[in-house]
Design a protein around this ligand. Structure first.
Ligand SMILES: [Mg+2]
Length: 171
């Protein structure tokens, strides 16, 4: 039961995920959450850090695709400067968005990773799809109101997770 919430890796933030780490783990596609993973939830645009990270990742032929529960409009505006494909209304923790991305972009699960800042949505949907996952810390400390509710339950699950899996730690 608890294993549904267990991320494969935990890394401080998405910009710390290096191309080498991905290549070493046979990953050629990064599916990523949008809000508080790629851009702050209350921001309409990315950052220089995001631009540099994307340039670096893409140099190695690694794809980056946004899989977000947010609307087409919100994602389009946030990523407009970065030529990033995206799947809106992904309905995480359901698997709809990830499965859609896998089909549309002809991905193989074993070469794909899902990155996100929430155990209850990003990690659960990846685990349900049998796709590896990377949990990152949220870019800003506060959240949209609906996420605040998730965070309450997330804290409870988190405490159980670290008890059961003492080897889980932030890289
Ligand atoms: Mg998020």
């Amino acid at each position: 039961m608890l294993s549904r919430f267990k991320p494969t890796w935990m890394i401080e933030n998405i910009f710390s995920i290096s191309p080498q780490f991905l290549l070493d783990n046979n990953i050629n596609c990064v599916l990523t959450d949008l809000d508080n993973t790629l851009v702050p939830w209350n921001s309409k645009q990315g950052s220089a850090e995001l631009r540099d990270w994307l340039l670096d990742i893409k140099k190695y032929g690694i794809k980056v695709i946004v899989v977000s529960n947010n609307s087409h409009r919100r994602i389009k505006e946030a990523v407009k400067d970065y030529e990033l494909p995206f799947v809106p209304r992904a309905m995480k923790p359901l698997t709809i968005g990830i499965r859609h991305a896998i089909k549309e972009f002809h991905l193989t699960k074993k070469n794909t990773v899902m990155v996100g800042d929430q155990l209850l949505t990003d990690v659960v949907s990846a685990n349900s799809c049998r796709v590896r996952s990377i949990l990152v810390k949220p870019l800003v400390r506060n959240d949209a109101w609906n996420t605040t509710i998730n965070r309450y339950f997330e804290r409870i699950i988190w405490n159980k997770l670290i008890k059961k899996y003492p080897n889980l730690h932030w890289k």
